[in-house]
Write a protein that binds this ligand. Sequence first.
Ligand SMILES: C[S@@+](CC[C@H](N)C(=O)[O-])C[C@H]1O[C@@H](n2cnc3c(N)ncnc32)[C@H](O)[C@@H]1O
Length: 235
Amino acid sequence: MQLTNRLQKIADSIEINERVADIGTDHGYLPIYLYSEGISREIIISDVNKGPMEIALKNIEIHIGKGHNIKSRIGNGLEVIGDNEADTVVIAGMGGLLIQEILSKDIEKSRAIKKLILQPRNAQDKLRKWLTENGFKIIDEHLAEEGRYICEIIVATPGKSQSENNEIYYEIPKILIHKNDPLLKEFIKRKIKTEKAILMNTMNEDSLKAKKQSEYSEKRIHILEEVLKDVSKNK
Ligand SMILES: C[S@@+](CC[C@H](N)C(=O)[O-])C[C@H]1O[C@@H](n2cnc3c(N)ncnc32)[C@H](O)[C@@H]1O
């Protein structure tokens, strides 16, 4: 099974023989890969919806066959896994706030998981901030290009972490800066481009709301350009 860059980066964050739970598995490609590559043979797949689970089970049958022990469970978030049933929990391809909601629903259970691999589709900064303020430590970060998106993958463990002195680092994590991630400059440039487009739309409008938005965008562009400058010094 050939994974997309995004799912491959997630798979690469899983060590051999880790017991994995894939929450919101949908197509099941990640567990199929982990199982068939012999990375993990103890896998739980779950989805809150029956339709995606049926697709996952069909894909598993096509790619692995019948003689496997991948456990499938229908349910909401972490309610499908028992205590100490999985070393690593993957929650990928969902909104950042939904991921936060899933983790906070049973915070003790979440904090008991050795490793979380999270791939929020949006509100990534909010999720990072929530993690650091709620007993998790972000230990690694990855960027992966998928279609027209640069996806963000967060690896966290239970533990204490320091709050960021500047909110921008919840959006552009220092780990990615220190690692000099090859996609980082493009990631920041796209943010600047988006912010400039917003500024163009609001700068000639008279309303107070538009004025506030323009000021906010100008400030953000300045901060993002400063971070880009710093990142460019890395080489
Ligand atoms: C966009 S798919 C992502 C599939 C796969 N994880 C990936 O990253 O490619 C999101 C899946 O999460 C499931 N989902 C949404 N909320 C959920 C929840 N609270 N608990 C479990 N699964 C959920 C949806 O039914 C859907 O199949």
